[in-house]
Design a protein around this ligand. Structure first.
Ligand SMILES: O=C(O)CCC(=O)C(=O)O
Length: 286
């Protein structure tokens, strides 16, 4: 995937005045999206909140992730298990035990729950989803890693593709624990794709949006690179087409991702989406 020419998606977050020479991490003091940011989410299907994690939580998340990665604390998903382009061909091959995801992030440390319960996160999710917000632990709920040499390309997809809820109305949050940009496997999105209707044959059998189909190519050409700094958070709609290439740098990229739904959009009974516990992040709200 050639990505270099696209402009980064930047949504201005109103942040604490910051002196770049101070070396301080930027932390937003505003709990809510502005009207402009809400309009951007509505239009693009994604919006970035810059500096939505304080320095200590970021440190804890990074340390925990690196420790669990080093010790391969289960449950994990290996690159070789998915067979995406660039992944080692088998668990036994060179790089075969490269971890792609540390699953069940929520159970790995309180820091993740503490973070999502903060007003700055919770209130933003309420703006997007309504007063009662639920975190289904069946999906995402992962520390995503892109490691040097043995990572892979994730094709264009909508997160809802394997999920079963009454409506396609969920928002995922992608927390950057380090710098993210195209060359280290950062995300690309197609703004506005969450509002489009597609035919099933525009996707392949694994539900990836087909890059080889001439009809899909003009839309793919409108992709935008998502560039994130440590502590930035991307909020994106479950119908937004997104993709990411392999990590071409020498440093591991770490991100955390959870998904959220309004209470009024429950998982379909009997589906995999209904098979795991869920967590309300707005207790006491009616
Ligand atoms: O990091 C990647 O390769 C993309 C991950 C992703 O888009 C997803 O898990 O939905």
């Amino acid at each position: 995937m050639t990505c270099a020419q696209s402009a980064p998606l930047r949504v201005a977050a109103k942040q604490t005045p910051h002196d770049p020479s101070s070396g301080d991490h930027i932390v937003t003091e505003i709990n809510r999206f502005t009207l402009d940011e809400l309009a951007a989410f509505d239009r693009d299907g994604c919006v970035i909140a810059r500096g939505l994690i304080d320095r200590e939580a970021l440190r804890q998340m990074r340390e925990l992730s690196l420790d669990h990665l080093r010790r391969e604390v289960p449950p994990v998903e290996f690159e070789a298990e998915l067979h995406y382009p660039g992944a080692p061909p088998s668990l036994e091959s060179q790089g075969g035990r490269t971890v792609r995801r540390l699953k069940q992030a929520h159970s790995r440390g309180y820091v993740f729950t503490e973070w999502m319960l903060q007003p700055a996160v919770r209130e933003r999710l309420q703006q997007l989803l309504g007063p009662r917000v639920i975190c289904p632990l069946a999906h995402h709920n992962s520390i995503m890693t892109k490691q040097p040499r043995y990572s892979s390309d994730t094709g264009w997809h909508q997160d809802i593709r394997y999920w079963s809820f009454e409506r396609p109305e969920l928002v995922s949050v992608w927390i950057a624990l380090g710098e993210e940009y195209a060359a280290n496997g950062g995300l690309w999105v197609i703004p506005g794709s969450h509002r489009l209707s597609f035919r099933p044959d525009q996707f392949d059998s694994a539900k990836f949006f087909r890059e080889d189909l001439p009809e899909n190519q003009p839309l793919i050409a409108t992709r935008r690179e998502i560039t994130l700094s440590p502590g930035d958070v991307l909020f994106f709609h479950c119908l937004a087409l997104h993709a990411a290439a392999r990590n071409q740098t020498d440093e591991t990229k770490l991100s955390v991702v959870f998904t959220f739904r309004p209470e009024s959009n429950p998982p379909v009974a009997g589906s995999r989406s209904a098979a795991s516990p869920e967590m309300i992040i707005t207790p006491g709200v009616v």
